[in-house]
Structures are given as structure tokens and as C-alpha cells.
Design a protein around this ligand. Structure first.
Ligand SMILES: Cc1ncc(COP(=O)(O)O)c(C=O)c1O
Length: 437
């Protein structure tokens, strides 16, 4: 039996040993930093390091760690009411739903509260099936939607996530996402056939009658799949296909939402209104809360009690969510993300000419990816080396991508210009050192 009485004074090395003993190997971490506390864009480790956080707990702490407005709202709620679930109504849950509706695309005006991104995705599949009376769902390769069975069936960003745990949910079909940098062979000046919907039309002709399809689920900017920004025509075309065939369009904004891309939700860049939107991550700035938001017409397919979850609408998480949305609205945080994203891009844009291994730099707002290539082959070793050097230099960045060859930048949207510049200075030094190796 391991000694569970771990003490705060133990060194980082002892915590790492305890972690290896006690935590499932499945829950691997990007770094072995042992963090004691955090504030704004900074993580403070048990061994006294001050690390600039360009990961935000994977796109969660968009307002920075311990934002005072969120901390204040949580403290106030903690002393008042924590939890009632479906035994009662409570005002904070209704306020959280109202706040979400106030920033959601027009017409998405009813909410079901969940606890995690995967759970929200599960909710969206159930609702789409219930509302259409159809069974099938179309998702995209490179997509990431979570790890529970329904969500995992949709997830197609790395085969290892599915290794040895099938079979999966029936009725799910994958088509390619328009990742033109890696997987399309059309001329750059020609329209992308995948963005034009050719693969979906082919699927309808060959395998899946369109009137059996309940939903198409899409990330408006692919996250785990490599920070892939699709061509502008893609989402409007999906909307058209859905309208033509009576299919619901589900946007997974779990990673791209809450100001990250320079709009409250990434889908707004396209002007498209989804039928169902999944949100999580930055909704609570670190407290677990998620939701689907849909039109009344779609949501009303559910009769009372047909869907549920004990912690949905947890009062403390809802108080955090209300504070997040109020703070983002009052501080015009999405606009700030757009301006800071431009500042970062102005620095990064010339890197593909400067460094032969930098194949592509892309993103929207402060959701920025740098894809490393060696000729036509993905250079995951370079991405890993850049990430390790950054962490050694007190800058936390993460990798992503089907081949794990993309370094992704997800700094807090509240980061100062000075901190952002400092982070990019570190990154620049580390990319230079990694490619000169
Ligand atoms: C786009 C997207 N959807 C869903 C999820 C799953 O969210 P969770 O890990 O909260 O279940 C993630 C997580 O990274 C995500 O990026």
C-alpha cells in the first residue's frame, strides 16, 4: 500500500515517483512539471520555477489562472449553494444558461448543461438522433470529440485512442477534413474538393443514404488534429448539405470557443449557424462545466427526463461560467484575442521561409499552430524537441496533430503584450536551436 500522506514539501522528484505509482499510465502528461499554484499566465512549480503557460490546461483557462472575477464568483457561491441536481431549480444555473445563450449564435437559445466536452458531444448525438428520428452521424478524420464511447467513435485524430477498445457506436462514418496543407492534392489556386463537400456527396451515393443521417459533427477549426483552419467555403457548404438533406449541423466548439479564435465562437467567422453547438473547456475557466446549446425546435424533441446527468448545472461551476461570460463581454476578450493573435502572427508569419522545417504557420486569434515538416514528411521529432526546449526554458507549449508534428500555442486571452512577446522570443530561440541541431 503506497504512503498516501504526501506532503507539500516533497521535492518534484518524489511527486513524480508517487504519480507513476498512483495514477494510471493512460493519463500521460505533456511535461513532468509539478505545479503548486498558478496566476494569470504563470505556473509556479513546487521546485520554484515560474513557467509561462501557453497551454492553458488545453484551452481551458482562457481568462488566465485565478481570474479575480471568477475566483470572487466561486467564493460567493461556495458559501451559498453547491448542488441540487434535478431535485430543484436554482437561479445560478438559469443565469449560466442565459449567459451562454447571450453569446451563442442567433437562434441557439436552449441549453443542456453537462460536465465535460465528451459528455456534451454525447448529448449532441443523442439529441440529433432523437430530433431527426435518424441513426447515422458523419464526422471527420483528424477530428477530436472526446474519449467516452460515443465521442470516441467520432474521434479520428489518432488511431491509438481507439486501440483495443472497440467495437464502437454503430452508424458513424468518417470523411476527410479539408486539411489542404497535408491531405489535399488540388492546386493551391483551385477550390478544395473536400471543402466543396465532394466526399460527403460520394458517401451519400455509395454507402449512406442521406435520409438516414441525423447529424454532421464538425470542429470549425480542428484542434487536436493539428490546428487546421479549413477553407472559407467549407462550413457554409456543410450548412447547405445539411439543409438540403434534413441533417442537423453540430459544431464542436469545445476547444475553439469562448473567444479563443477572436470571436466568441469560431463558427462565427463563417456566418454559419449550427443547429447544435457543444461547449466545454473555457466555459468554467477551469471548473468542470460543459453544455449543448440548440434551437428550441431541436431541443424540444426531448421529453422531460429523456436525458440527464447528476452534476449538470452544478451551482459552483455555473457561478464560474456566469463570471467567465460577463468578464469576456465586459473586457471585449474575443477582440483582444484577435488583436494579440495578429501580433503573434506578425512575428511568426515569416518562419516558414526562415526555417526549412517550419512547413506551415496558421491559426485564428490565439489558437495558433506551427507544423514541422522535413520535405513532405511530418517532423514530429522536431516538434517534440521544440516543445522540450521551450519547457526547459520556462515556456509551456503543447504539441498536436495526427502525426504530432504541430506545436500549438494557446496562451491566455488576458496575457499581456510583454508576456506574449517574451513567450515568442523563447519559442524563436528554441525553434532555432532545434532546427540547427
Ligand atoms: C474539440 C473537442 N471536443 C471534445 C473534447 C473532449 O473534451 P473533454 O476532454 O472535456 O471530454 C475536446 C478535448 O480536447 C476537444 O478538443
Amino acid at each position: 500500500m503506497p504512503d498516501l500522506a504526501v506532503r507539500r514539501s516533497e521535492s518534484a522528484g518524489v511527486w513524480r515517483e508517487r504519480d507513476a505509482e498512483l495514477i494510471s499510465p493512460a493519463y500521460s502528461r505533456y511535461t513532468d512539471l509539478v505545479v503548486d499554484h498558478a496566476k494569470g499566465a504563470h505556473l509556479y512549480t513546487v521546485d520554484g520555477r515560474d513557467v509561462l503557460d501557453f497551454g492553458c490546461g488545453i484551452g481551458v483557462t482562457n481568462l488566465g489562472h485565478l481570474h479575480p472575477a471568477v475566483v470572487g464568483a466561486v467564493h460567493e457561491q461556495v458559501d451559498k449553494l453547491w448542488h441540487t441536481s434535478v431535485t430543484t431549480l436554482h437561479p445560478t444555473m438559469i443565469e449560466a444558461a442565459a449567459a451562454l445563450v447571450s453569446i451563442a449564435p442567433d437562434g441557439l437559445d436552449q441549453v443542456f448543461l453537462n460536465n465535460s466536452g465528451a459528455e456534451a458531444v454525447e448529448s449532441s448525438i443523442k439529441l440529433a438522433r432523437r430530433a431527426t428520428g435518424r441513426t447515422d452521424v458523419i464526422a471527420f478524420t483528424g477530428g477530436f470529440h472526446g474519449r467516452t464511447y460515443g465521442a470516441l467513435t467520432l474521434t479520428a485524430s489518432k488511431a491509438k485512442y481507439r486501440n483495443g477498445v472497440g467495437p464502437f457506436l454503430p452508424g458513424v462514418h468518417h470523411v476527410r477534413y479539408p486539411n489542404c496543407f497535408r491531405y489535399c492534392d488540388h492546386h493551391p489556386d483551385e477550390p478544395c474538393p473536400i471543402a466543396r463537400g465532394d466526399e460527403i456527396e460520394h458517401l451519400f451515393k455509395t454507402i449512406v443514404p442521406s435520409d438516414t443521417v441525423a447529424a454532421i459533427i464538425v470542429e470549425p477549426l480542428q484542434g487536436e488534429g493539428g490546428f487546421v483552419v479549413p477553407p472559407a467555403a467549407f462550413l457554409p457548404r456543410l450548412r447547405e448539405i445539411c439543409d438540403e438533406h434534413g441533417i442537423l449541423l453540430v459544431c464542436d466548439e469545445v476547444q475553439s470557443g469562448f473567444g479563443r479564435t477572436g470571436r466568441f465562437f469560431c463558427v462565427e467567422h463563417s456566418g454559419v449557424r449550427p443547429d447544435i453547438m457543444c461547449v466545454a473547456k473555457a466555459f468554467g475557466n477551469g471548473l468542470p462545466i460543459a453544455a449543448i446549446v440548440a434551437t428550441h425546435a431541436v431541443m424540444s424533441a426531448w421529453n422531460p427526463g429523456e436525458h440527464g446527468t447528476t452534476y449538470g448545472g452544478n451551482a459552483v461551476a455555473c457561478a464560474a461560467a456566469v463570471a467567465v461570460i460577463e468578464t469576456m463581454r465586459a473586457g471585449r476578450i474575443p477582440e483582444r484575442a484577435a488583436a494579440l493573435g495578429k501580433r503573434a502572427m506578425d512575428r511568426l508569419q515569416g518562419w516558414s521561409e526562415r526555417f526549412p522545417e517550419v512547413g506551415d504557420v496558421r491559426g485564428l486569434g490565439l489558437m495558433i499552430g506551427i507544423e514541422f515538416m522535413r520535405g513532405t514528411e511530418p517532423a514530429s521529432d522536431v516538434a517534440a524537441d521544440v516543445q522540450r526546449r521551450c519547457v526547459d526554458s520556462d515556456l509551456l507549449v503543447l504539441t498536436c496533430g495526427i502525426d504530432d508534428n504541430v506545436v500549438r500555442l494557446l496562451p491566455p486571452l488576458t496575457i499581456t503584450e510583454e508576456e506574449l512577446d517574451r513567450g515568442i522570443d523563447i519559442l524563436e530561440r528554441c525553434v532555432t536551436a532545434a532546427v540547427e541541431r
